[in-house]
Write a protein that binds this ligand. Structure first.
Ligand SMILES: *[C@@H]1O[C@H](CO)[C@@H](O)[C@H](O)[C@H]1NC(C)=O
Ligand SMILES: *[C@@H]1O[C@H](CO)[C@@H](O)[C@H](O)[C@H]1NC(C)=O
Ligand SMILES: *[C@@H]1O[C@H](CO)[C@@H](O)[C@H](O)[C@H]1NC(C)=O
Ligand SMILES: *[C@@H]1O[C@H](CO)[C@@H](O)[C@H](O)[C@H]1NC(C)=O
Ligand SMILES: *[C@@H]1O[C@H](CO)[C@@H](O)[C@H](O)[C@H]1NC(C)=O
Ligand SMILES: *[C@@H]1O[C@H](CO)[C@@H](O)[C@H](O)[C@H]1NC(C)=O
Length: 911
């Protein structure tokens, strides 16, 4: 028995032990992380179907990895269309190194995770928040992707600085606000960081200087949604030589692209949609690895870049606001343009210049700050432009310059010695800047102004306040004052044109309160009465020596236009045309203006910048037989144009509706004068402007008359703003049946001869008093041109087609009608090459018109404003004149190209 006891004892205790061991084994088999994982499983709503987590051993679950001790080390449940939220107990998975739940639909707060975490991918979910101190002590974390979660706005968490192993940090569209912290950069806690993606947040401010010298290979900071976006320059990129990919597009970066000559691995450069200026650095074109580059919609200048074959370039032929000197990639700019570009390089390529320096000839397009004389640059006037940076020795390459005016800026550095070699220099004004150093020895007779530079004559600047800090601001401060002086400027210009009517002595009592009463009419079909633009408030003093306006800067605020048109009320509508509605406006002082409000959609896809570019051109097209565009307004979707007013409305009114309106029919002589006016206006559009304009929609309702029944052509140039490509749309906009040249109607092929044809139709209308298409007539006589040409063949029948209201009282009248009829037939020739040029029409018509008024001098030709002058030129002239009252009877704006004060005026277009 004694033997049994121990046996039994053994048996019991061994059973006990067995149970014990068994239970330990079961617990061990389930693992320490079992309960946390069960919680996770429960909180994933659709886990049963998608994950099939059924095994009692969580380490056997799909997408889960454990270590040898059955601790969960990886959860990789990305892209499983999972829904639900995450338990906060996930933090208890103390061995977890990878957590990936990207591309699901998880909601709720994101929990804390183990400090052993190495990789965290949670992008593309609906997490509502993320702990600010999540990254604390996560010294093993290498890769983080938080992108695309609807977190409330937050700052880049400071705890991130603990992630000393960080290589890749991607947080795009996660609601970050504030500035990009400088700890991502060189000298920060992340020596191994190579991938930094912060796109589509709400960052503002500049790229931190610390990024310079960092080892970052991919930097994505594009498309910030904050109001001011990222700004400042891209200078730091210069020393980020490890870069392979940089996306900075959709921000407000300014200044030039830095030198990238050490960026051997850079393959993708996206800088579009910023405010970048300057020339494209050759180092960008030369990048050995470059594959993709995007530069559209900046303000670059110089030669359009030519990239190597195989580089994908965004449409660099159509560069939005970019202002390249030619259209041909790789084609160099003219030497003069190159000299000017190097002049503004040390000034940081201010935006102002890019916006105005158009084309390849500084003297052709009235460049900001450049005044020309006989095709040579005579004056450089960069005064009061808020410029910082230094004076370029390249000014000396502009050898024809007589006056170099740089006063009232923030320019630092010294006056370069090279300037003394400028052969024609008469005046150098650098007063009120921050220059220092010796004034180099200019030859006798050069007037030097350098007051207001405290350190001039000293070896070094006394204070450390220098251009360095300010450089980033170059080009931003500019252009504010312009708006203040636009209205007065327009007023003055108009005033000058008309003041002889108001005041035959030509004296102006109060130039800052100019009031004018010229008028305008528009594109509406019939009677239209409008009037124009007045002075404005006295922002401009005639004694001021500042003349900052340029043609093209004729912006008027929408509020002003709203006020004057009674908020675009129905009663103010003067007419409607293909491009929009024309409203009458009236300023406080009773001055009327005409405002064309572009129909939404008329502009098609064309962007703001393109519109601006067109307006800049149109504001410079000035001729006494073209209705002048006086200003414009852009505000949101509003696009408004302000025109000269023509009191007698459209030609169609006097030609076709005179009876209804109780008017006298137009005399033949008057018709002839109108025809010649139109011919001259169109001739100017075709041949005499910088670029050829084709009107495309010449017709009596686009010909407007003044009180003297002199005519002006309206609505030219607008068609260029209309969308291209859609034939039917184009026809509606850019032509009217009855006036359409056959080849244009059939093929859309557009030449100046299209206008000549329409002009011929108008002549026929003036001869016959019949409309181009006359519904009331029989089928074969419905089309004026066909009928007219048939009748023209026979002398007897021809007399019958003449408008019965025309008195054919003498041989001469009949002879001239016959001549004009021949011209009309010629203009309407079937083939474009058979039609004459507009200048031919002018030379046929002008001798006839002369017959009728041989002695009457054309007063306008003597007193007319030279519309080819820029506003500042005109103002300057006028101001000079005002200070010189003994010139009362000699109007200062004669078209004679006199040059009394060194400010040249381009010789006037023959009117
Ligand atoms: C998730 O899906 C996206 C696209 O749908 C894919 O690019 C990504 O590689 C997938 N990730 C995983 C872990 O399957
Ligand atoms: C998680 O860990 C905490 C503290 O270590 C402990 O109190 C809690 O019970 C654990 N929860 C689970 C589900 O393991
Ligand atoms: C994501 O989850 C939310 C709330 O659970 C739901 O309303 C939404 O439809 C889900 N979206 C997708 C794409 O499953
Ligand atoms: C460029 O980066 C290198 C390497 O980090 C650094 O030594 C140098 O000072 C940096 N230069 C500038 C101008 O930041
Ligand atoms: C950049 O934007 C900030 C506002 O976010 C503004 O204060 C600062 O003046 C801007 N800097 C430049 C150079 O425009
Ligand atoms: C323009 O410059 C050229 C070359 O210096 C010179 O020959 C020409 O006479 C200048 N024209 C005028 C009007 O000064």
């Amino acid at each position: 028995m004694k033997m049994e006891k121990p046996q039994m004892g053994f048996g019991v205790s061994s059973l006990y032990c067995f149970v014990l061991v068994l239970s330990v084994i079961v617990i061990t088999a389930r693992g320490q992380d079992y309960e946390v994982m069960i919680m996770l499983k429960r909180m994933i709503i659709n886990a049963p179907n998608t994950l099939q987590w059924t095994d009692p051993d969580v380490c056997k679950w799909n997408h889960i990895q454990c270590d040898k001790r059955n601790r969960v080390i990886a959860i990789q449940i990305g892209n499983q269309t999972l829904q639900g939220s995450l338990p906060k107990e996930l933090e208890n998975l103390s061995q977890l190194t990878r957590f990936e739940c990207q591309g699901n639909n998880f909601t709720g707060a994101f929990p804390y995770l183990s400090k052993s975490l190495q990789k965290l991918l949670i992008h593309g979910n609906m997490f509502s928040s993320f702990p600010n101190d999540f990254f604390m002590a996560m010294s093993n974390l290498e890769e983080v992707r938080l992108d695309e979660n609807p977190f409330p706005q937050w700052m880049v968490p400071n705890s991130l600085k603990d992630c000393l192993a960080l290589q890749s940090f991607s947080a795009q569209s996660v609601g970050f606000v504030g500035t990009i912290p400088d700890f991502f950069g060189n000298g920060g806690p992340f020596p191994g960081l190579v991938y930094l993606a912060l796109s589509r947040n709400y960052f503002e401010g500049v790229l931190p200087a610390s990024l310079s010298g960092s080892s970052i290979e991919t930097l994505l900071v594009n498309g910030q949604n904050s109001k001011s976006k990222l700004n400042g320059t891209l200078e730091v990129l210069k020393n980020m030589t490890s870069l392979k990919q940089i996306w900075a597009h959709g921000n407000s970066f300014t200044g030039p692209i830095p030198d990238l000559s050490h960026h051997d691995q850079l393959f993708d450069v996206s800088l579009r949609d910023n405010q970048l200026t300057g020339v494209i650095p050759p180092s960008l074109m030369a990048l050995p690895s470059l594959k993709v580059v995007s530069l559209t919609n900046n303000h670059f200048q110089g030669s359009p870049p030519l990239f190597k074959n195989g580089v994908r370039v965004d449409n660099n032929m159509d560069n939005g606001r970019n202002q390249f000197c030619t259209k041909i990639p790789g084609e160099p700019c003219s030497p003069l343009v190159n000299a000017l570009l190097s002049v503004i390089e040390p000034l940081g390529y201010p935006l102002k210049f890019s916006q105005s320096w158009e084309g390849n000839d500084p003297c052709a397009n009235q460049w900001t700050g450049i005044i020309c004389s006989g095709g040579n640059i005579s004056v450089i006037n960069f005064q009061n432009m808020g410029l910082s940076g230094s004076i370029s020795p390249s000014f000396a390459r502009l050898t024809s310059v007589t006056k170099l005016l740089l006063a009232n800026n923030y320019i630092t550095g010294t006056i370069p010695n090279e300037l003394t070699s400028m052969p024609f220099l008469q005046e150098l004004d650098v007063s009120n800047n921050n220059l220092y150093g010796r004034v180099p020895p200019f030859r006798d007779g050069v007037v030097l102004e350098f007051d207001g530079n405290p350190d001039i004559g000293k070896d070094k600047p006394t204070s450390s306040l220098g251009g360095g800090d300010k450089k980033n601001d170059a080009g931003i401060i500019i252009g504010i004052m312009i708006g203040l002086v636009i209205l007065p400027a327009i007023g003055i210009l108009i005033f000058m044109k008309y003041r002889r009517k108001l005041n035959p002595k030509g004296k102006v009592q109060n130039p800052t309160a100019v009031v004018v009463h010229p008028r305008y009419s528009a594109d509406g079909n019939d009677a239209i009465k409008i009037s124009v633009v007045g002075g404005g408030t006295g922002a401009l003093s005639p004694t001021s020596n500042v003349y900052p306006m340029e043609a093209g800067n004729m912006a008027i605020s929408v509020q002003v236009l709203r006020d004057v048109t009674n908020n675009f009320s129905e009663e103010n509508i003067l007419g409607k045309g293909g491009f929009g509605t024309v409203y009458k406006g009236e300023l406080h002082d009773g001055t009327k203006i005409a405002v064309k409000r572009m129909q939404s959609g008329t502009m098609g896809e064309k962007g703001l910048s393109e519109f601006m570019a067109e307006i800049a051109v149109l504001t410079r097209v000035r001729h006494k037989h073209l209705v002048a565009l006086l200003g414009y307004c852009l505000d949101g979707n509003e696009r408004l144009l302000v025109y000269e007013y023509m009191p007698q409305g459209a030609l169609s009114r006097l030609l076709f509706h005179w009876k209804k309106e109780g008017l006298k029919p137009l005399e033949w002589k008057t018709r002839l004068t109108i025809a010649l006016d139109v011919a001259r206006g169109v001739e100017y559009l075709h041949d005499l402007t910088q670029q050829t304009f084709i009107h495309r929609d010449l017709k009596p309702s686009n010909i407007l008359l003044g009180d003297d029944l002199r005519a002006k052509v309206s609505d030219f140039g607008l068609v260029r703003l209309a969308p291209e490509g859609k034939a039917s749309f184009q026809t509606r906009l850019a032509g009217t049946f009855g006036y359409l040249a056959p080849e244009y109607a059939a093929t859309g092929r557009l030449t100046t001869k299209v206008d000549v044809y329409s002009f011929g139709v108008i002549l026929m209308e003036m001869i016959t008093g019949r409309r181009a298409l006359d519904e009331s007539r029989s089928e074969e006589n419905f089309h004026l041109v066909s009928w007219f040409c048939r009748m023209l063949l026979n002398k007897d029948s021809f007399v019958t087609i003449i408008d019965p209201t025309i008195d054919i009282d003498d041989e001469e009248t009949l002879a001239t009608i016959s001549t004009v009829a021949d011209l009309a037939g010629h203009c309407c020739s079937r083939e474009p090459y058979q039609r004459p040029d507009m200048s031919h029409a002018v030379s046929v018509l002008s001798p006839i018109v002369e017959i009728w008024k041989p002695t009457e001098a054309d007063v306008d030709d003597i007193f007319g404003v030279n519309f080819d002058m820029t506003l500042p030129q005109a103002l300057k002239r006028w101001q000079d004149f005002e200070g010189n009252s003994n010139l009362d009877t000699t109007y200062p704006f004669s078209s004679v190209n006199t040059d009394t004060n060194g400010y040249n005026t381009k010789s006037s277009i023959p009117l």
